[in-house]
Design a protein. Structure first.
Length: 284
């Protein structure tokens, strides 16, 4: 419960900071939602009983059928443009100075899909120039098992998809407004769940055995040795081996002089899940 509350507070803090620290994010001008197939509209024409509080569903070709007017093409129009079109058509045929009100009751034509480790995954309406952060917040924020990455999958006009990988931490907790991208209809937003993996540290360390870590934060060689309690008194820091098996089942062994890493002469070695680290013992 405490973790969830901290996460919610962090989400709203991120929004506040993105507005305060990155004012350029406000240059995204909201645009009106444009109606399309399967959207449900409520039409209200004052003084016309057959057009009072009338709910209509837009057809697959973007048309609605109304009493007195028949089929009316409204595909791609904003709410205001639908009202203006109905005023014009009614003025031309049956009414003088008609008063028309249109409400969008259900948004079905433009949606985004939010999946993965979020509090409320599902299909969300894309109401305007909606951004990635706004959609994640609408879904209750990331779940406790969320990884460190957001994947946005977007289909192009030719049907081919492209994917964009963004840092969840940089977007939500560092308030990097550059990552708060505007969304497009049918975008798929995936926050993959983190999972636990194992690294084995054996030989001359104080606490040899399996280290269980998150996939998103697999430690480096030096950090893994530190997690295992550090070198024992008999450890040979110049004789450390990393055994790794590739997806084809082929095992490879790499020898590392950790003493050089500690002295800053060489870079630390990144590890992978299921790596086996063996620290040799000094003869003397």
């Amino acid at each position: 419960m405490k973790t969830t509350m901290r996460l919610v507070l962090a989400v709203f803090l991120a929004i506040f900071l993105s507005l305060a620290v990155f004012p350029q994010a406000q240059t995204l001008v909201p645009i009106e939602f444009r109606v399309g197939p399967k959207d449900v509209l409520q039409i209200d024409v004052y003084g016309v009983d057959s057009l009072r509080n009338l709910e209509v569903t837009i057809s697959e070709v973007g048309k609605m059928t109304l009493p007195l007017l028949g089929e009316v093409d409204v595909n791609g129009l904003t709410k205001s443009e639908v009202e203006q079109k109905l005023v014009r058509l009614l003025s031309e045929s049956v009414l003088r100075n008609p008063q028309v009100t249109v409400l969008i009751k259900q948004y079905q034509s433009k949606v985004v899909y939010l999946i993965g480790a979020v509090q409320k995954p599902g299909v969300y309406p894309l109401l305007s120039r909606q951004t990635l952060l706004e959609t994640i917040v609408a879904a209750g924020g990331p779940a406790n098992n969320a990884g460190l990455e957001i994947i946005v999958v977007r289909k192009q006009n030719g049907g081919e998809g492209t994917s964009l990988r963004l840092s969840l931490e940089d977007l939500m907790f560092k308030a990097d407004a550059r990552l708060d991208i505007p969304l497009q209809p049918n975008d798929i937003i995936n926050i993959p769940a983190d999972r636990e993996v194992v690294i084995y540290v054996l030989g001359a360390v104080k606490n040899p055995g399996a280290l269980t870590v998150k996939l998103s934060s697999v430690p480096s060689l030096l950090k893994a040795i530190t997690k295992a309690g550090g070198f024992s008194d008999r450890a040979n820091q110049g004789d450390v081996r990393i055994r790794r098996t590739n997806p084809q089942g082929v095992e490879k062994e790499v020898r590392v002089n950790v003493r050089d890493i500690i002295r800053g002469k060489k870079k630390d070695v990144p590890l992978e899940p299921e790596d086996v680290i063996i620290i040799g013992e000094s003869i003397f």
